[in-house]
Ligand binder design. Structure first.
Ligand code: NDP
Length: 330
């Protein structure tokens, strides 16, 4: 079974030599253990943080060891009474074709949704969108919502939840294809191709002449600056991530207008979805109902094979993926 290891901490954008592919033998499961064959793994921007030494809300990846990340797989052998071959399971043991591990490292998932949904709208990605929009930004009737990286994994779920709740939603994404996706598939009220706009602030003012009441920030930098500039009084910002900075070696130049937070009496609320697992049951009940009613579609880009995992990871930053970035392992 093959796995991808971190060999060296990247400086700026990761390069191929920062990683290695290794072949390992999977032991038969001992008492209380299961053996799993991974089907899909998710590519998360937060993995970039774990490649660095700095401690974040999750510890750094260890050098010379397989990296970790959300994955769904199938139990192939079990020495634990709670699991049987064929069970669909979720784990954090991605970046490898398979593994043998204690049964408490995996969680069973039902087959009523496609396996990869548990890495997207019905997994941590969806929970992040749900918690950020409904709790951190405290979405309320009449709000106009602005979402950055709107066609991405988290962003596409944020847009859909805000739309199904009847809000006016404006999304920003890179490129004409993504802009069309926001307008034609997600049915947003306005879309900005930020790569084609000389001024993001002017573009946002054009798409949201009434201002914005909620900003869901996945990007930081100039997107946050535009949102601060266009925000209405008492607007609430859910600070989810700042992907424009993850590969930078220098601090960001924007936003340069944070004073707007004072004058407009804004609420800037950062959040970590992992600290909101108490909302998982409510989230899953809502998401299943919305999906069954056809109100929530899954957007994903799938790279085939562990060999392409590094390419998929790069795709998070060069914008080549639409929706949740996944690697199909088996
Ligand atoms: P995405 O699917 O959104 O993938 C990343 C996208 O970000 C790309 O497709 C690209 O879209 C966009 N992007 C990359 N670089 C830039 C840039 N320099 N400027 C503008 N856009 C850029 O990933 P996820 O859905 O997994 O994550 C989205 C955000 O949510 C990230 O910031 C992540 O760190 C954060 N997050 C936070 C969590 C929390 O608990 N707080 C949990 C999970 C995720 P485009 O082509 O449009 O540029």
């Amino acid at each position: 079974s093959r796995e991808v290891r971190l060999e060296r901490r990247p400086n700026g954008s990761p390069v191929r030599d920062d990683f290695s592919f290794a072949e390992v033998d999977l032991p038969d499961p001992g008492p209380g253990e299961v053996q799993v064959r991974n089907l899909y793994m998710a590519m998360d921007p937060a993995m970039r943080g774990r490649m660095s030494e700095a401690r974040s809300y999750v510890p750094p990846f260890e050098l010379g060891k397989a990296m970790e990340g959300p994955a769904v797989g199938e139990v192939v052998a079990s020495n634990d009474p709670n699991f049987a071959p064929g069970d669909l399971v979720w784990s954090r043991l991605g970046w490898r074709e398979g593994f043998t591990a204690p049964a408490d490292k995996v969680e069973k998932r039902s087959r009523d949704l496609p396996p990869q949904a548990y890495l997207g709208f019905a997994g941590m990605t969806g929970l992040t969108a749900y918690v950020g929009l409904l709790h951190s930004a405290a979405l309320k009737p009449g709000d106009t919502v602005f979402v950055s990286a709107a066609s991405g994994g988290v962003g596409s779920v944020v847009c859909q939840i805000a739309k199904l709740k009847g809000h006016k939603v404006i999304g920003a994404a890179g490129g004409e294809r993504k802009k069309r996706y926001l307008l034609d598939v997600l049915k947003l009220d306005g879309a900005i191709d930020y790569k084609a706009e000389p001024s993001l602030t002017k573009a946002l003012a054009r798409e949201a002449p009434q201002g914005i009441d909620v900003y869901f920030d996945n990007v930081g930098g100039d997107h946050l600056q535009a949102a601060l500039a266009i925000a209405n009084k008492y607007a609430r910002f859910a600070l989810c991530g700042m992907i424009s900075q993850y590969n930078s070696t220098e601090p960001s130049a924007a936003p340069r207008n944070l004073t707007a937070a004072v004058t407009k009496e804004l609420t800037l609320q950062g959040f970590i979805a992992l600290n909101h697992l108490d909302k998982m049951d409510a989230f899953l009940a809502d998401v299943r109902a919305w999906h069954a009613a056809g109100l929530l579609t899954s957007a994903e880009t799938v790279y085939e094979g562990l060999d392409r995992s590094l390419e998929a990871f790069d795709g998070l930053f060069d914008g080549s993926g639409l929706g949740k970035m996944l690697v199909k392992i088996a």
